[in-house]
Design a protein around this ligand. Structure first.
Ligand SMILES: C[S@@+](CC[C@H](N)C(=O)[O-])C[C@H]1O[C@@H](n2cnc3c(N)ncnc32)[C@H](O)[C@@H]1O
Length: 159
């Protein structure tokens, strides 16, 4: 399907759906992803169960999504994609790689961010039992999760 056809389908779905606040007047908005909560006045719901949420720009969320805060499109992209990229080891985006390279295998914080975003919701707690020099902890910070880690090797904790 071409992009403009897809946009027309989403637009039609939005127009035909029901305002979120009239379908779910007592819903606890604080449990929704921030990008949905911020637009709750214009959010609408579709489907027999009224659990599909759609925003005017076409982004969709499902109320039974207890895993993450992703849109339907982001979810599909994540599970169907191989990320072919490189991660900088110098400059701001390196997140102090020069300090962290005392570890033989420091993980790229950006990669860990993408994995954490799929498996958690905003503000949840991530616990890394093998934290090394903190690639996962940095990744968690990049997507508004709290993170705690431990490591057997004292050298990494004091770096
Ligand atoms: C692959 S590295 C993790 C690298 C980390 N993700 C990073 O970005 O720096 C695995 C880490 O597990 C630690 N480790 C191994 N056995 C452990 C244990 N029993 N308890 C805690 N940490 C352990 C090692 O010291 C090592 O730093």
């Amino acid at each position: 399907m071409r992009t403009d056809d897809l946009d027309a389908v989403k637009s039609k779905l939005y127009e035909e759906s029901e305002p979120f606040l009239s379908a779910h007047p007592n819903y606890d908005i604080s449990t929704l992803p921030s990008w949905v909560a911020e637009s709750i006045e214009v959010a609408r719901v579709y489907g027999n169960s009224k659990k599909g949420v759609i925003l005017p720009d076409g982004r969709k969320y499902h109320l039974d999504n207890h895993l993450n805060d992703l849109t339907g499109r982001e979810w599909t992209f994540f599970i169907n994609s191989v990320f072919s990229t490189h991660y900088p080891t110098s400059g701001k985006e390196a997140y102090a790689h020069h300090i962290r390279k005392i570890h033989p295998t420091p993980k790229p914080p950006q990669l860990m961010r993408d994995l954490i975003q799929f498996f958690t919701k905003e503000n949840e707690l991530v616990f890394d039992t093998f934290m090394g020099v903190g690639g996962t902890l940095l990744g968690a910070a990049l997507c508004n999760r709290t993170a705690v880690g431990i490591d057997l090797n004292q050298d990494y904790l004091t770096a």
